[in-house]
Design a protein around this ligand. Structure first.
Ligand SMILES: CC(C)(COP(=O)(O)OP(=O)(O)OC[C@H]1O[C@@H](n2cnc3c(N)ncnc32)[C@H](O)[C@@H]1OP(=O)(O)O)[C@@H](O)C(=O)NCCC(=O)NCCS
Length: 182
């Protein structure tokens, strides 16, 4: 795809950093009163998208969410605190890091619950991919995140190529798709 045109703007990480706080209610939990993993992933997706929107100032779609560990349970009545920050902008995609903590409302204790890396792709109102502003890391930590995101992108691209190369033609898999094929 040809994205030649006017020079893309450059934005700071602080311009798009986002934060979200959720009070965990019974509707968010399983039969033990613990936050559902899928609900947590939904919150992670939302706070990640906020940073991607603020950086790109256009529509975004989630392309991927990397491996995620659920480190500690979150209970009904807890506060969930989610923070997102752009690690790097590429051509049309952006890697966003999300970190999640739980705050016990009575004890006031904070605990790290989960972290994830998400990739969002910027699109216009017709769903066509559009270039994103570049990112200017300033602090040493931001520069380290920027470099790490480049390494993760290489790994993701290799994995995508491997999957695409091994994916049978659409016609061949019709009627024989099994879990594990995808
Ligand atoms: C994400 C999507 C736009 C990528 O489209 P595509 O035609 O496969 O595009 P390409 O392979 O040319 O890649 C386009 C960009 O996306 C990135 N990308 C594509 N698949 C990716 C993946 N699985 N993980 C991370 N990045 C990915 C590429 O690295 C590339 O980035 P760049 O422009 O910054 O170099 C497309 O797969 C899509 O629309 N998916 C559905 C998104 C959606 O609906 N999400 C909500 C959850 S259902």
């Amino acid at each position: 795809m040809d994205f030649s045109g006017p020079a893309v703007p450059v934005r700071k990480i602080s311009e798009s950093q986002s934060e979200m706080t959720e009070l965990i209610l019974p509707n968010d939990t399983n039969t033990l009163g613990n936050l559902l993993g899928g609900r947590l992933m939904h919150f992670i997706d939302l706070v990640g998208a906020m940073a991607a929107y603020r950086h790109s100032r256009t529509h975004v779609v989630t392309a991927s969410m990397d491996h995620i560990d659920f480190i500690a349970p979150v209970h009904v009545g807890d506060l969930l605190i989610l923070k997102s920050s752009l690690n790097r902008a590429f051509n049309t995609s952006m890697e966003v890091g999300v970190k999640v903590w739980v705050e016990n409302t009575i004890a006031g204790m904070h605990r790290h619950v989960a972290s994830a890396y998400l990739t969002f792709v910027a699109v216009d109102s017709q769903g066509r991919r559009v270039p994103v502003p570049q990112l200017a890391p300033e602090t040493e930590e931001e520069k380290r995140h920027y470099a790490d995101a480049g390494r993760r992108r290489e790994l993701r691209q290799k994995e995508l190529e491997r999957k695409r190369a091994g994916r049978p033609a659409e016609a061949a898999i019709k009627g024989s798709v099994r879990p594990g094929n995808v």
